[in-house]
Design a protein around this ligand. Sequence first.
Ligand code: ZN
Length: 151
Amino acid sequence: MSYANCCQPYHTGNAIPQTAEALMRSRYAAYVLQNIDYIVTTTVPAQQPLLDRQAVTDWAKQTDWAGLEIINHMPKLGKRHASVEFKAFFNTPDGMQAHHELSAFVKVHDNKSGIVRWYFIDPTVSMLVTQKQPCICGSGEKFKRCCGQFL
Ligand code: ZN
């Protein structure tokens, strides 16, 4: 698909990815385009202030991206989670390499607007939340029974 018919509407805020896979693809595209705001705003809101924005920027800029391959999309892990296994390829002086990852996503229902959005759960962000506290995604469930399983 062309950019205009795929990830661009997500990047401009005119559409919301309806699946974790669509969100994953649009995040990869945002890395390629160095759209750091999109990387930040599609991470679980509670983690956003803890993201190392400079490190994300540097990584996006310094990487010579070479493609994305979705290996597996598990659209429904329990009530509100999904996972996407993927390989993000990049060129290095020693040839093409792949960053192979299994990412977790959470679906958040905003009670005010009624809008449902998928967010990336960043496993590299350490959070001061105990297993029994309410989850960072705002689901009202205990952290350990919700997103804690994926962190
Ligand atoms: Zn949660």
